[in-house]
Design a protein around this ligand. Structure first.
Ligand SMILES: C[S@@+](CC[C@H](N)C(=O)[O-])C[C@H]1O[C@@H](n2cnc3c(N)ncnc32)[C@H](O)[C@@H]1O
Length: 228
């Protein structure tokens, strides 16, 4: 499997892939300004993830639903680790706070210390719009209460080991399988930690979505798709 590199300024999504009830890019949302905030405050720190995180926020901005739901597996485990891990928890928290209108994020992680740090960093007051779940991600996604739809499913849990790639790649495929019932046309799926040789957390997710005929929107260190 080869990876398509995102060149500077090159569009990294196609209108065809975005066609759907939740992604009317022609409609300007009042939150367009979030992209300016992202570009100014976060993109410079994100390095290899800057363009693909921006794509996720562009797609969320084009989602006209009154409120959106983000689910991430694997929370922030080190303060300021923008280049290393990506600080997804901090970004998603910032976005749902800015978007308001009952948008929310859930972070599920198997490590209590990591969750404790994440809560301290982004939600020390325990506000409702960011929930934290201490559980194996596959088990939780499989039992997810209420099973409301997910607008962005961000998979970044079980660490990838290049010497032993299978367990991590398989775990992320299991996460997608467990979450599939919560996906709706237009749901964004993203997987972190992918490498130029085709290995990474998203290896089997990529194979599976390809077999389903779902085109990849961005094939880089982070892989991004839209469910249909
Ligand atoms: C790479 S870190 C996540 C980084 C975070 N997304 C960020 O951008 O800063 C991976 C996290 O996944 C968690 N993890 C590992 N295995 C897991 C599992 N089976 N279920 C849930 N979380 C898991 C680890 O405890 C760790 O906190």
């Amino acid at each position: 499997m080869t990876r398509r590199t995102i060149e500077s300024g090159e569009p990294i999504y196609s209108n065809k892939a975005l066609a759907g009830p939740n992604h009317a890019l022609s409609i300007k949302s009042p939150m367009q300004s979030y992209l300016q905030r992202f570009d100014a405050d976060f993109a410079p720190k994100l390095n290899k993830r800057a363009k693909t995180f921006r794509l996720m926020f562009e797609l969320l901005e084009a989602n006209c639903r009154d409120f959106i739901k983000i689910v991430e597996t694997g929370c922030v485990r080190e303060e300021g680790c923008w280049d290393g891990d990506g600080c997804s928890t901090v970004l998603f928290n910032d976005y749902v706070k800015a978007r308001g209108k009952f948008s929310s994020v859930t972070s599920v992680d198997i490590n209590a210390d990591h969750l404790k740090l994440a809560k301290q960093l982004v939600n020390p007051k325990g506000e409702w719009f960011h929930q934290f779940v201490l559980q194996d991600s596959v088990a939780w996604l499989g039992q997810r209460p209420g099973c409301g739809s997910i607008d962005l499913l961000y998979l970044d849990s079980f660490d990838f080991d290049p010497q032993n790639p299978h367990p991590s790649s398989l775990h992320h495929l299991k996460e997608l399988a467990a979450a599939q019932k919560c996906l709706i046309p237009g749901s964004i799926i993203a997987v972190d930690d992918n490498h130029a040789d085709g290995t990474g957390k998203g290896r089997y997710v990529h194979d599976y979505l390809n077999d389903l005929g779902i085109p990849i929107l961005a094939d880089d260190y982070q892989k991004v798709w839209i469910w249909k």
